[in-house]
Design a protein around this ligand. Structure first.
Ligand SMILES: Cc1ncc(COP(=O)(O)O)c(C=O)c1O
Length: 429
């Protein structure tokens, strides 16, 4: 870790080191004090352009006044009501809004992405009375033991921990095709192998409850598969009576332009997991399905905080804000612009091997001159970015993600891109 930028940051990081669990890893010493829109101010008073949005959470922008007002008003009435034991209006209004936005007519509320995935796993297993799943190499679905079993982005997450049975298949990662084929002539062999290889040699489809897939790989490298990839998975699920689960935890809430990223691929999953941006900054997750699937009896699944009144109020305000401001169109337009700027840089700096994305979910892959992954240079760029005044995070083996608040202005995006180019120059020259 580089030297903290000032005495206040240094002191807080020191105290953090004395009391916080050592399991977290931070890439650079950013100590945040406050944030507004798409800018973050650290405890030394320095302001940064935010390309992380609290890991794709703050789609409505930091300190969104409408979300603040809704949370404050709810706090004055009541914060928590044990919604899974009693009834209340705010979570029901939230559920009604979500069913209107998605077309799914049932949902279960929880507090995080991993819990929304756990609920999806349990629902699929309960519905089909089967205990195994198909996941994908590079996927990230969370760190509780069920979702961790699906997660396959780094062995570090899984070492020493038990898992449920998941067979992993290849994701549609065309830039580095795991099968060394070329799209579109490949016939989407990566997805087809679920049927032609896995179901023939490894596990019977009769034992599979669900295929769980991210519309775009998030932690695994911001990888956008070709549209036929998800269409092929849908077909395999239909032909084999398996449920398709879309993990929209990172891609959801207009990040890619549409409310759910699967809409970009013309595919409708049977069960959808959402969290992150759904809470407008408060912890909230949801698992959505049709009532013909989500018909498990009372007692099958529940929790304490699901339907928390503050989280429900924040979420409703965030959803209303995003819908009214047509934030999806904005994400598409600004996303196209940011990708254009990154492609211009790619033509000048061969270290940028690939630029990919949908809406404001954009990744670049940093490569060595011969094209292999270059995690060291990627790490240097991220740290130089911090020094230049932008907040970045790595993802995948060698990628950097750009997932700013969707309210970022074009001027802020330009400033951020200028600073990114400076960081790039200093890291690769
Ligand atoms: C696609 C996806 N699913 C699930 C999760 C887990 O979410 P949480 O950290 O809220 O448990 C993440 C977190 O990054 C994610 O990106």
């Amino acid at each position: 870790m580089i030297e903290p930028p000032g005495p206040r940051a240094k002191e807080i990081i020191y105290r953090d080191g004395n009391v916080m669990s050592s399991c977290m890893s931070r890439p650079y010493p950013l100590v945040i004090d406050r944030a507004r829109g798409a800018t973050i101010t650290d405890v030394e008073g320095k302001t940064y352009i935010d390309f992380v949005a609290g890991i794709a959470v703050m789609n409505v922008g930091h300190s969104n006044p409408e979300v603040s007002a809704a949370v404050t008003a709810q706090m004055e009435k009541m914060a928590h009501c044990a919604f899974t034991d009693f009834f209340a209006d705010p979570p029901v209004r939230l559920a009604e809004k979500l069913t209107q936005l998605t077309g799914y007519d049932r949902l279960f509320l929880c507090n995080s992405g991993t819990e929304s995935v756990e609920a999806a796993i349990k629902l699929a297993m309960w519905k089909l009375d089967r205990q195994s799943l198909i996941g994908f190499y590079g996927a990230f679905h969370g760190r509780t033991l069920g979702s961790l079993s699906l997660t396959c982005s780094s062995v570090k997450h899984k070492e020493h921990f038990p898992t449920i049975r998941v067979v992993h298949a290849h994701y549609g990662y065309c830039y580095r095709c795991p099968l060394h084929l070329k799209y579109p002539g490949c016939g989407i062999e990566c997805a087809r192998q679920i049927e032609t290889l896995i179901f023939k040699k490894e596990i019977s489809p009769k034992d599979i409850a669900a295929i769980v897939v991210e519309p775009i790989l998030g932690e695994g490298g911001y990888i956008v598969p070709p549209p036929e990839f998800h269409q092929e998975i849908r077909r395999i699920c239909d032909d084999n009576d398996i449920l398709m689960v879309a993990d929209e935890v990172q891609t959801g809430c207009y990040r890619t332009g549409t409310f759910m990223a699967m809409e970009n691929f013309g595919v409708r999953a049977d069960i959808v997991c959402m969290a992150k941006a759904l809470g407008g900054g408060l912890p909230l997750g949801a698992t959505l399905a049709s009532s013909s699937i989500m018909d498990w009896p009372p007692g099958t699944h529940s929790n304490t905080f699901g339907g928390n009144l503050l989280a429900s109020a924040a979420s409703l305000a965030a959803l209303q804000f995003m819908e009214r401001e047509d934030i999806g169109t904005r994400a598409k337009q600004l996303g196209d612009y940011v990708m254009l700027r990154l492609r211009e840089m790619q033509s000048k700096y061969p270290a940028i091997g690939d630029v990919r994305g949908l809406g404001l979910m954009i990744g670049i892959e940093i490569v060595k001159p011969e094209g292999s992954i270059d995690p060291d240079t990627r790490g240097r760029i991220v740290v130089e970015g911090f020094k230049e005044g932008i907040v970045l995070l790595p993802c995948g083996d060698s990628a950097i993600r750009f997932s700013p608040p969707l309210v970022i202005t074009k001027a802020e995006a330009d400033t951020g891109m200028d600073r990114f180019e400076e960081a790039l120059k200093k890291s690769v020259c």
